[in-house]
Design a protein around this ligand. Structure first.
Ligand SMILES: [Zn+2]
Length: 805
C-alpha cells in the first residue's frame, strides 16, 4: 500500500482515490441540520494530505494572506462529499460562532477558520503527520575525504563511520536498498538527496577567505596537503576534502529544509566531515564547514517566518564552539550544548564552553552550555539535564525547527569521549525533542568514533524518529556531578528563562538584606534579652565586615569558669516554596536554632559563654542576586577569627577551664587553632564537635605527636550515622585517634543531632568542669598555686600518655 518515495504528495493519492475510507466518519446526522455556506476550507478531511502538500511547498504565504491555502482546496473539493461533511460544521457553528483567529498553524490540520474540532479531524483523517516517512541523507561520496597517507594510527574521523551507520540502518530494514534486510519496514526512510552546498550558502556562516582556503586544497599536491595539516588544529586534507565538505554541508541543508517544509516527518543526516567546531574563519576539530550552522541559516533565509526560531541541541561530547560563535548574538537561534568541559581543558579548550557563556546582545540568554566537569557521564546525567534544563528552556523558546548536532562520541564505548550514554538514552533524548516544533527534528551527524557505538546509537535515534518508542533505560539516577552542574546552569539561566528555578532577585537595590543577617540580628537581640549576651568588638579590617554582630559574649566572659566557646554555622532554615512562583513565604519557613538551648543552659549554670556565628558566605555587600555557595575561604576566615578571639578575648582572661564547641564546618576554626598554637591545648578542658556532611577533621601535629592522643581523650565528636566515616570503620579497623572520640549519632542533620545529644553534652561539660574545680581546690589546699598550664597528663589521669620524653 505504500507509494513511491519520491514525493509526499503520493501520500494523498491513495486516500483521495479511496472513498472506502469514509467509514471513518459518520455520513449523516439528522439532529444536526446542514448549514450550507459554513463549510470552510480544511473542514473536508479529504483535504488533509493536500494541505500538507501545499504547506510543504510554500510555507511562507500561508500566514500572510489569510490562509488562501486553506480555502482554495476546500472550494475545489467541496463537491467531493458534501453530504458527509455538512452536519459537523453545523454543530460547531450552532454551539459557538466561529471567529477566525489569525494565528499561524502551518502544521495543524484544523484551520483556525474551521468549524471542526481537532477531535473530529483526528478521527477522520488518521495520522497525517505521523504517516509521513522519516528522511535519511547519506551519500557514499562523503567518504572520499580521507587521509592522504594513513599511518598506523588510523585517524578517528574515519570515512567508514558513515558507512557503518548506513549499514546498520539497512540491516534493520529501514532503508530501501538492495543491501537491506528483508522485509523492509512498512514505511522505509525517504532518501534525501545530498547536493553540494553553494558558496553563497556557506558564506552565510563562513568568510570568503575561509571558503577560498578550503577550496584551494583541491588543487594541492599530496605533500602540500600533509604540510598544511600540520599548520591547522586537528584536521587533515586530501584532494576531495573540499568536495566532501560541500556535500556534507549540502546534505545538512537539504535535510533541514526537507524537515522544515514537511517533505518528511523528521530526518537524520548521516554526513561527514563533521562541522560543529568549524568557525567562521577556521577549520578545526575534524571540521571544515559548519554544516548545522549553515543549514540553520539557509532555513531561516529561505523559509522566513515559518522557520524563524531554530533550536540547535548539540549532544556531541565536545563543545560546538563553531555553532556557539555563529549564533552568539542571534535571538532566533537557541544553542544548547551538553559537553565534557573539564575546566576548559577538554577539547576544544578554553572557557567558551563554560556555563556563563549565555550569548550576547540580542542573543543574550540564547546560549546554554551544560559543561560536565569530567568524563564518565551517563544516561542518568543526560536525562537529568534534559528534564531539568534542555526541555523546559526549549519549550519556553518554542522553536519552529529543531536541529540536533548529533555527535555520538558521548556514547558508551567511545574512547575519545569516555562517557557512557546508551542507545536507549539517545532515543529518549530524541523522543523528547520530537515534542517540540510540531515534531520537526533534523538530526545531523557530528562526531563519534567507535563504529559499533555510533551505529547502534544512530539506529536508536532513527527508529525513534520513525515512530518506535524508546527502549527502557536501565539507569536514570543522575550523579552528584551532574546535579550540581545542572543546578548551577539553572541558576545562571534563570536570568533569561522563566521556567528555570530558582529565581534570584532581579531588581538591583530592591533586595537589600540577606536573610542571614536578618536572622543574626534577631538572634543577637534574643541572646541579649534573655542572657545579656553582647557583641564583642572585632578590630580586624579583613574580617570586621563579615563578622560584625557574629561574636556575642556573656558579660562574665572574662572571669567566670568554665568558659564555653561555641563556633557554629548559621541556623538551618527549612522552607516550602510556593509551587508556582517559587517564592518563600515567611509563614512557610522555619528556623532551627538549637544553639539557644545550649546558651541558655550555660548561662543558667553561671558559665561564661562566647557565641560565634560563622556565616557560610563571607562576602562584600550588596548581595548580587546570584546563587552563592559556601565560601571556599571560610575555613581560613574562621581560623583567623578564632585566632583573633583567642589572642584578644580568651587567652588574657582568667578562665582556666575552657570548652570549645564546633558545629558543622565552623569547627575548622577550632581545629586549626588547636593544631597551630602549640600550648593552647593546655588550657582547653574539652572539645565537642558535631559533624553531619562535612569531613571529620583530624587534630594532629608533627611537632606535638601527643596532640592526637590528647584530643582523643578530651573530646566528644558526634558524627551523623549517614557519614562516610562509618563505612571505613566497618571495612577497616577503628578510625585513627586523630579524629577524636567518635560517637555515632542516630540522627542525620546537625540540628537534630544537637537536640538529641544535648543532655549528654551538658553532663560531660559539667562533670569535667567539676573535676577541674575539685583538682584546683585540692591544689589550693595543698598550697600550690593555681595551675594555668595544664599538661596532658594532668588533664585526665587515666589512660593519658606521658608527654614527649
Ligand atoms: Zn565530538
Amino acid at each position: 500500500m505504500e507509494q513511491d518515495g519520491d514525493t509526499v504528495m503520493g501520500e494523498a493519492g491513495p486516500h483521495q482515490s479511496n472513498p472506502g475510507a469514509s467509514h471513518a466518519f459518520p455520513s449523516s446526522n439528522p439532529s444536526r441540520p446542514a448549514v450550507p455556506g459554513t463549510l470552510k476550507g480544511g473542514t473536508d478531511p479529504w483535504l488533509a494530505p493536500l494541505l500538507l502538500g501545499n504547506s510543504m511547498n510554500l510555507p511562507l504565504p500561508v500566514h500572510q494572506s489569510g490562509n488562501p491555502q486553506a480555502t482554495a482546496p476546500a472550494a475545489a473539493h467541496q463537491p467531493v462529499g458534501p453530504a458527509s461533511v455538512v452536519e459537523k460544521p453545523a454543530e460547531s457553528s450552532a454551539a459557538a460562532p466561529v471567529v477566525p483567529a489569525p494565528t499561524k498553524r502551518a502544521d495543524s490540520l484544523v484551520e483556525e477558520t474551521s468549524d471542526w474540532s481537532e477531535e473530529d479531524l483526528g478521527a477522520r483523517v488518521g495520522l497525517p503527520l505521523a504517516s509521513l516517512p522519516s528522511g535519511l541523507c547519506y551519500d557514499v561520496q562523503m567518504r572520499y575525504h580521507c587521509e592522504v597517507r594513513p599511518t598506523a594510527d588510523v585517524h578517528p574521523e574515519d570515512p567508514r563511520r558513515i558507512y557503518y551507520i548506513y549499514k546498520e540502518l539497512c540491516r534493520a530494514g529501514l532503508v530501501d536498498d538492495p543491501e537491506s534486510s528483508r522485509p523492509l519496514v512498512a514505511r522505509p526512510l525517504k532518501r534525501i538527496h545530498a547536493r553540494n552546498a553553494t558558496e553563497e550558502e556557506v558564506s552565510l556562516v563562513h568568510t570568503p577567505d575561509h571558503f577560498a582556503f578550503v577550496e584551494s586544497t583541491k588543487d594541492m599536491s599530496d605533500d602540500e596537503l600533509i604540510a598544511l595539516e600540520h599548520t591547522r588544529d586537528s584536521i587533515y586534507f586530501n584532494k576531495l576534502t573540499f568536495a566532501s565538505a560541500l556535500l556534507s554541508t549540502g546534505g545538512a541543508i537539504e535535510t533541514c529544509l526537507a524537515v522544515a517544509t514537511r517533505k518528511v516527518k523528521n530526518a537524520i543526516a548521516v554526513i561527514r566531515p563533521p562541522g560543529h567546531h568549524a568557525e567562521h574563519d577556521k577549520t578545526m576539530g575534524f571540521c571544515l564547514f559548519n554544516n548545522v550552522s549553515v543549514a540553520a541559516r539557509v532555513c531561516q533565509k529561505q523559509l522566513g517566518e515559518s522557520c524563524r526560531k531554530i533550536l540547535i541541541v548539540d549532544w556531541d561530547v565536545h563543545h560546538g564552539n563553531g555553532i556557539q560563535k555563529a549564533f552568539y548574538d542571534d535571538p532566533n537561534v537557541l544553542y544548547i550544548s551538553l559537553h565534557v568541559y573539564q575546566d576548559g581543558k577538554y577539547y576544544p579548550g578554553g572557557d567558551e564552553g563554560d556555563w556563563d557563556h549565555c550569548g550576547a546582545g540580542a542573543g543574550l540568554g540564547r546560549n546554554v552550555n551544560i559543561p560536565w566537569p569530567s568524563q564518565g557521564m551517563g544516561d542518568g546525567d543526560y536525562m537529568y539535564a534534559f528534564q531539568q534544563v534542555v526541555m523546559p528552556i526549549a519549550q519556553e523558546f518554542n522553536p519552529d525547527l529543531v536541529i540536533v548536532a548529533s555527535g555520538f562520541d558521548a556514547a558508551a564505548g567511545d574512547e575519545l569521549g569516555g562517557c557512557f550514554v546508551t542507545p536507549p538514552c539517545y532515543a529518549h533524548m530524541t523522543h523528547m525533542l520530537m515534542t517540540l516544533a510540531n515534531g520537526k527534528v533534523a538530526v545531523c551527524l557530528e562526531g563519534g568514533y567507535n563504529f559499533r557505538s555510533i551505529s547502534k546509537s544512530a539506529l536508536a535515534v532513527t527508529k525513534t524518529l520513525m515512530g518506535d518508542p524508546p527502549d527502557r533505560l536501565h539507569s536514570t539516577l543522575p550523579s552528584d556531578l551532574a546535579t550540581s552542574t545542572v543546578r548551577r546552569v539553572m541558576m545562571i539561566q534563570s536570568r533569561y528563562w522563566r521556567c528555570m528555578y530558582p529565581k534570584g532577585p532581579q531588581e538591583e537595590g530592591l533586595w537589600t538584606d540577606r536573610l542571614h543577617d536578618v536572622i543574626r540580628t534577631y538572634q543577637s537581640k534574643q541572646l541579649y534579652d534573655n542572657y545579656k549576651l553582647t557583641s564583642l568588638y572585632i578590630y580586624r579590617t579583613s574580617i570586621s565586615k563579615s563578622f560584625e554582630n557574629q561574636v556575642l559574649a556573656s558579660s562574665n566572659y572574662y572571669q567566670a569558669n568554665p568558659l564555653i566557646v561555641i563556633f557554629h554555622d548559621p541556623p538551618e532554615i527549612m522552607g516550602l516554596p510556593h509551587p508556582v512562583t517559587n517564592k518563600l513565604e515567611a509563614h512557610n519557613c522555619w528556623v532551627a536554632d538549637v544553639m539557644k538551648d545550649y546558651i541558655g543552659w550555660a548561662v543558667g549554670k553561671g558559665y561564661a559563654v562566647i557565641d560565634v556565628n560563622i556565616p557560610k558566605h563571607v562576602t562584600a555587600e550588596p548581595a548580587t542576586g546570584k546563587y552563592e555557595g559556601e565560601d571556599e575561604n571560610r575555613p581560613t576566615a574562621t581560623e583567623e577569627l578564632a585566632g583573633y578571639l583567642w589572642d584578644n578575648y580568651i587567652e588574657p582572661n582568667d578562665a582556666t577551664e575552657i570548652f570549645l564547641v564546633g558545629i558543622g564546618n565552623a569547627f575548622y576554626g577550632v581545629a586549626n587553632l588547636l593544631i597551630n598554637r602549640d600550648t593552647l591545648y593546655k588550657r582547653i578542658n574539652g572539645v565537642i564537635s558535631f559533624v553531619a556532611e562535612n569531613p571529620v577533621r583530624a587534630i594532629a601535629s608533627h611537632t606535638q605527636v601527643w596532640l592526637s592522643r590528647w584530643y582523643k581523650d578530651n573530646s566528644l565528636v558526634y558524627v551523623s550515622h549517614t557519614h562516610g566515616v562509618w563505612n571505613n570503620v566497618e571495612s577497616r579497623r577503628k578510625p585513627s585517634k586523630r579524629y577524636g572520640h567518635l560517637i555515632q549519632s542516630p540522627k542525620a542533620g546537625l540540628s537534630e543531632m544537637l537536640m538529641h545529644h544535648k543532655n549528654e553534652v551538658f553532663k560531660w561539660i559539667e562533670d569535667r568542669a567539676d573535676e577541674a574545680v575539685t583538682e584546683e581546690e585540692e591544689d589550693a589546699r595543698k598550697g600550690k598555686s593555681k595551675s594555668k598550664s595544664r599538661s596532658p597528663t594532668k588533664e585526665k589521669p587515666a589512660g593519658v600518655p606521658p608527654g614527649p620524653s
